[in-house]
Design a protein around this ligand. Sequence first.
Ligand code: GDP
Length: 456
Amino acid sequence: MISNETIVALSTPPGAGAIGVIRLSGKDAITITNSVFSGKDLLKQDSHTLHFGLIKDGDMVIDEVVVSLFVAPKSYTKENVVEISCHGSNYIIHQIISLLIRKGASAAKPGEFTLRAFLNGGLDLSQAEAVADLISSDSQAAHSVAMNQLRGGFSTELNLLREQLIHFASMIELELDFSEEDVEFANRDQLQDLINKITLVIHKLIRSFELGNVIKEGINTVIAGRPNAGKSTLLNALLNEDRAIVSEIAGTTRDTIEEVLNINGINFRLIDTAGIREATDTIEAIGVEKTMQKISQSAVLVYLFDVVNLSATEIKEDIVSLYKPGVSFVAVANKIDLSYNDRIKELNLPADINFISISAKENQGIEELKELIYNTAVGDKLSANHTMVTNIRHVEALQRTQTALSSVANGLANPVTSDFLAMDIKQALYYLGEITGAVTTDDLLENIFSKFCIGK
Ligand code: GDP
């Protein structure tokens, strides 16, 4: 799958900028650059050095540049790598890349630099995928999960599991070799223990996806309530200082731009807030189907009510109709700056409903509400050393591993011959290996790297 060609691409975003970085990787990266570079002889320079000079097409000077040299194997791709920092003009970049292609480089395919890094052993597959996540991370939590994966946290955990399974498999294989003699090298109880232990870890990893995924994508959040409850006022109070910067990067899956609130490094995506802002329907508005649909796909539902103008019975009715298992629910009494009677006491909400009183208009309790939203949705599930699965491909592979492992467990409980056990173990190893790339197919690689941008 890896070609001998030297590849070239722009590695910074296209468009005018102060500088653009053109990257080459491959056996001839330095030779090709040297043939158009006027300055020191790059072939005689050390790795990890910078060189100022001119890029010339014949006698014509295209640009003044700085060239960074990374001599194999001390580079991202483990091949010779050159990075040319030029002025960030589309024209210059295009001229330099065309020139390098005329001199023997070929245009890189999407993700080809990272693919080479993987194929040459610089990164494993889940680390390569983390590169893409890291580039697109737009919150502190998404960044730290991707960074942990890039630095090998996830891979280490999986490799540990793999080693244990390989040990298991080798014991079984040994039995197969001596099958005539009817010996059992692998103590069945110990095997059972091992499988249970591994299954538990895998189960934990699968469960972590629920949170891992929302960290990557942001947590869907809806603020619902009757007209005049104070939803717009609250929204403004919430977004006042913490309006997150959400970039419109082409190719990201988000097709609608929402308001995003960042609490403790997690992005809460306030979905379709425009629609909710405009909702001026009557009392039943929160019951209308469209709003309900939004609520059911949300991870957090903030129910806001006017503590002055709504009766305890009405509030309870709303809560009953909005509360859904699986959705984090926060009930918020608004307008406590006004005088109101004992409504909150009358409400007598069940202890497991998260409840807080605020004044959206007077900015009272807003920070506390943010903390409550965070604790309801994330709580203590996010700890620094906790490995988190954020990639759907990984979760699917883990689920298949789990299925294979339950066949092994069945095989141990209702004794089957060693060769059947060996087969199931191999299946489990195969699926686990797919995550880190210990097992790969061209289709799998194609599928992963084609989603990268050119130049990565
Ligand atoms: P929405 O229909 O739910 O979006 O409600 P709005 O945010 O438009 O608020 C309705 C009215 O209630 C406006 O006149 C707000 O100024 C007022 N309001 C909102 N929050 C508070 C509050 O905490 N205290 C008081 N006194 N008035 C509020």
